[in-house]
Every structure is written in C-alpha cells, then in structure tokens.
Design a protein around this ligand. Structure first.
Ligand code: UT7
Length: 325
C-alpha cells in the first residue's frame, strides 16, 4: 500500500525581523549573515504559539487536499518549542481543528522532526492502522534563543508547515518510494537546550542563559555536510534511483552553504535545490514542509516528479524521504 502527500499548508507569524534589525541587537552585519547563511529576514512569533501556527498550517493543507478535519485519522506535530508541557501540541491542534476522530501526539527530533513524523505516519498507514494523517512541523524557536548570542540568534525563524498524507489507490504511482533516518546521540552536545530547571540542579549550574539554545555552529555544519548525503543515498538506494533522477531536492533550510555543499557532494545541479532561506531563515522542523508548500502552490512541483526531502537537527537526528509527487 502506498502513501502520498495530497495537500500542503504553511503559516508564518506576522512580525518580520531583518538582518538590519539584528545589527542593532548584536555585533553582526547584514553582509556577514547573507554571505555565511543566505538569510535576509525571518518571522518571529509574538502572540503566535506552536499550536496556533500548526493549526493554521493544517487548515491550509486540508483545504489544499480537499479534505475536512472530521476525516483526519492521525495528527503528528514535530516540535521542540511548544509552549505547554501538557497536553502536547498535537492534541491542542486536534481541538482547534475539531478533528475529533484523530489520534494525536508530538515528536521531538528538533529540526529533523518533520521527517521523523512523516516516517511514523507512513508506517501507521502502511500497516493499516489508519488511512490518512496530518503531519506538521511547527516551531517558535525565538522563545528559546539567546538574543545576546550572535552565533545563534541570527539563524532561526518561527513558523509551521503541514502536509496531508493518505494511502494511495492500487495502480497510483504517486507516493513515498524510499526512506532513511538515523540518530547520533553521541553528538548531542554540539546543539542543545536545557529548557528548564530540573530537580537537584541549582545555581550556578543553571541560570537563564544556559537554559537557552547552545550550538557549536561549525561542528553542526560539518555534521550536516557529511551525514545528509549519506542519508539521501540510502533513500535513493531504497527507491532504486540515482541522485540525478530526482527532479527537486527539498532540504532543511539551515544554511545556503550547507545546501550548496550537499548538492556538490551528490554531483547534482544546484538548480534542483530550491530555497526560501532568504525570507524565513531556519524554521527548524517547519522548514521542509514550508518550502514544500511554497513549491506546491506556485506550481514548481508537478505531478509525476520525483522529490527528495532531507534534513538534520539537534540530537543529532537526520532523515531523507524520496517520493513521486
Ligand atoms: O538546524 C540545525 C541548526 N544549526 C545549523 O544548521 C548551524 C550550522 N552551522 C552554520 O550554519 C555555520 O557554522 C554558522 C552560520 C553558524 C557560522 O558560520 P561559520 O562560517 O561556520 O563561522 P564560524 O562559526 O567559524 O565563525 C567565524 C567567525 C567567528 O569570528 P572569529 O573567531 O573568526 O573572529 C565568529 O565569532 O564569525 C564570527 N561570527 C559572526 N560574525 C558576525 C559568528 N556569528 C557571527 C555573526 N555576525 N552573526
């Protein structure tokens, strides 16, 4: 039984923070940010929360797929920045949508989360446990960023992206044809966020600064350019395809230079790697479905094309998914 994406949706907070705004906050320049990352601006949630953005992205994905919330059987939200510990973001999204018959839960695999959620939904549907799912990547990373650290605060933006997936009918060639994912917990220290004080920990180990995101940027960079091509090649093997058989690569939008390096390693023309990093920055688990939504709505992805999704994130986690659109 096949599983295919039938609708996409995205949602961004209203407020835009430009590189020039950041120049006034930390010791950085528009030129440094553009040259080192490809970013010009990003959206920052002020009143928008993870469930709010996720629900809006889901409504658009449902509309795009021609489905109603009552028909949804599974909702998975990939997030590491939802504003409440309990209930999970997916249950709050279920409530906001009125998707009363859905199973709903969250997955935290950081920026790699959307691919982990998609893989999980694929297994639910392929096993016959349900027929369709809403998969959302949603983050308000601005909540956990150290706004005095120029090495991280210029990189991230907030937003949500969603896809509606369902089982395909016999004879339909569209759908997922190869998947690969993995985790490198041994490398957890290169990108982490403690988030809250836990029992037995007191000052000076814990203070507000070390509750926020800490990143060894160049180590994350090296990890990504080494691991993502390996992961993509595994998904290609499963799909029995070569790298150049893929029409469009939709990669996690962490850094323009990372994407260029991956294209070079795979020996694929950079033209096949569309980007929206300039406008939205790194939106973590939302980045792949947000870009996918832009491409779908603008007609840049069309039926029958072969699409590769791939990304990586804190954990470290990484994943890839090949599909026929
Ligand atoms: O979703 C996953 C999350 N994270 C990532 O994907 C991040 C992956 N890493 C990266 O994208 C890059 O490593 C960064 C964009 C974070 C940094 O770029 P880089 O080319 O690796 O720079 P670097 O960390 O080696 O730093 C080079 C210099 C340093 O100054 P010195 O020591 O050479 O004097 C930094 O202090 O650039 C400095 N620097 C900045 N300068 C101006 C670091 N951040 C900034 C900044 N503005 N915002």
């Amino acid at each position: 039984m096949g599983v295919a994406i039938r609708g996409t949706g995205g949602a961004l907070p209203e407020k835009i923070l430009t590189n020039f705004d950041l120049e006034k906050m930390v010791d950085t320049t528009d030129e440094w940010i553009r040259q080192r990352t490809g970013m010009k601006e990003r959206h920052i949630g002020e009143k928008e929360t993870v469930p709010y953005l996720a629900a809006n992205a889901c409504r658009r994905a449902l509309e795009n797929a021609g489905k109603t919330a009552e028909e949804v059987e599974l909702i998975i939200v990939a997030t590491c920045t939802t504003e409440m510990l309990l209930p999970c973001a997916a249950c709050r999204v279920q409530n906001m949508l009125g998707a009363k018959d859905a199973i709903a839960f969250d997955i935290n695999a950081a920026c790699g989360g959307f691919l982990f959620a998609l893989n999980t939904a694929h297994h639910y549907i392929a096993s016959g446990a349900c027929k369709n799912a809403l998969i959302v990547g949603a983050e308000v990373l601005s909540e956990i960023i150290d706004w005095t650290d120029r090495g991280t605060c210029v990189l991230f933006g907030d937003g949500a992206g969603a896809v509606f997936v369902e089982e395909t009918e016999d004879g339909d060639p569209s759908g997922i044809i190869g998947m690969s994912q993995g985790s490198s917990g041994m490398m957890g220290k290169i990108l982490y966020c403690r988030g809250r004080v836990v029992k037995g920990e007191t000052e000076p180990e814990i203070n507000s600064e070390n509750l926020l995101v800490h990143m060894q940027g160049s180590e994350v960079y090296k990890f990504a350019v080494r691991q993502v091509p390996v992961c993509i090649n595994k998904a290609l093997d499963m799909a029995k395809l070569e790298a150049n058989d893929i029409d469009i690569y939709v990669l996690h939008q962490a850094n323009k230079r990372i994407i260029e390096s991956i294209a070079k390693t795979l020996k694929v023309d950079i033209e096949k790697f569309p980007m929206n990093i300039e406008k939205v920055g790194n939106t973590s688990s939302a980045s792949i479905p947000l870009l996918l939504d832009e491409l779908n709505r603008s007609g840049q992805i069309v039926k029958g094309q072969k699409v590769m999704l791939s990304g990586f994130g804190a954990g470290m986690t990484f994943g890839a998914c090949a599909m026929v659109w």
